[in-house]
Design a protein around this ligand. Structure first.
Ligand code: SF4
Length: 359
């Protein structure tokens, strides 16, 4: 809830990192699907569509607040997880109202599920584009049917393809989010190859990389304990990303690891038609390190999430100190190092709203 004395309006839990400066306008609450095994922020929370009048009132209150502070945002982001479930005419009304109250807003963006994008006609998407809905962010995660089923994504590869093509054909910019590691060891190859295949057909503007971290209360954690899911190591995930990049066409799409600190190699970031070779070279430099250095590098990056240049692996004193911690963790319990890394990664996940992860 945004709040300033008596000025109040609703805000949702999440937005893409590059929308940090955007006006956040909540048009629905939570996620209409909400069953994926990978995603904590809406679990246990009921989905609802907000009446247009209520959203307009929020925009009015935000306009008062921003005016009182002399702020003029250039972009707005429609929350929460799947705003395209709102009928097109209602979305047009809301976007029109945002632009009336905030003439400085030049672009509006949102999240949407593949099935919902598929359900919107290209014509309706075109009307939204004309109203300056300029970009849609969509959590594809994988192009593999088996992986999508495993994580209960509720979309098939055909849904992802059709939804993505609708958006691209309408002229709206598309960001597809993919999740290395999410198929576990068994499905890793299928995950990389099928994901590349679908992305090559959709040709989105952005491929944003979101390495899997397993929430301790999630079904994937339970499946890991039961042996039904085999989490991959950092080195295996980097090799999976290499396979994916290798099979992606040299298209004018940004391949971005740099905007998410759960990606071990955030420096693998560039345009596929321009930088694919350089990105593969950077991955190969990591894969060529000896195993002890790879683990020491991973431990440093997981302990201090952020962009870590590979040159760190040449710094002998830093590497020796990290390597001795790696040895201590390995000796502490079976699979001790990998468990410690996974625990460090979960710290970066958004919080679960309640005490349990509902089925
Ligand atoms: S990943 Fe997306 S579709 Fe799945 S529960 Fe989370 S917000 Fe909903």
């Amino acid at each position: 809830m945004g709040q300033e004395s008596e000025i109040m309006f609703e805000q949702g839990a999440i937005r893409p990192p590059n929308e940090a400066g955007s006006l956040l306008v909540r048009v629905t609450r939570n996620c209409p699907w909400n069953r994926c095994h990978i995603c904590p922020p809406f679990k246990g929370l009921k989905f609802s569509k907000r009446p247009v009048e209520e959203v307009r009132r929020d925009v009015d209150r935000m306009a008062e607040l921003y005016a009182s502070r002399g702020l003029a945002p250039e972009s707005a982001f429609l929350q929460d997880a799947d705003s395209l479930v709102v009928p097109t005419d209602e979305l047009l009304d809301i976007i029109g109202h945002i632009r009336m109250r905030f003439p400085s807003v030049r672009r509006v963006t949102t999240y949407a599920r593949a099935k919902t994008m598929k359900g919107k006609s290209v014509e309706d998407l075109g009307r939204l584009r004309e109203a300056v809905l300029t970009r849609i962010h969509s959590g594809m995660e994988s192009g593999s049917a088996e992986v999508l089923e495993l994580i209960r994504k509720g979309n098939t590869p055909d849904d992802i393809l059709a939804g993505g093509l609708h958006v691209v054909s309408s002229g709206i910019s598309l960001s597809e989010y993919i999740m290395p590691g999410v198929g576990g060891r068994r499905l890793s190859r299928d995950h990389a190859l099928e994901t590349a295949k679908i992305l090559n057909r959709i040709r989105p503007d952005y491929v944003r990389v979101r390495t899997l971290a397993i929430h301790p209360l999630s079904p994937l954690e339970r499946m890991t304990r039961e042996g039904a899911f085999e989490p991959m190591t950092d080195v295996e995930i980097v090799a999976e990303i290499r396979l994916l990049v290798e099979h992606l066409d040299e298209m004018p799409a940004h391949f971005r690891c740099g905007d998410f600190s759960l990606n071990l190699l955030m420096q693998v970031d560039g345009r596929l038609d321009r930088d694919k070779g350089a990105m593969l070279d950077e991955i190969d430099r990591f894969l060529a390190l000896d195993p002890e250095r790879q683990k020491a590098f991973a431990l440093i990056q997981r302990s201090y999430p952020g962009l870590l240049p590979l040159e760190v692996a040449e710094d002998a004193p830093v590497m020796e100190e990290a390597a001795s911690e790696v040895r201590r963790l390995e000796a502490s319990e079976p699979d001790g190092f990998n468990r410690a890394i996974r625990a460090l990664m979960t710290r970066q996940l958004p919080p679960l709203p309640g005490p349990t992860w509902p089925d």
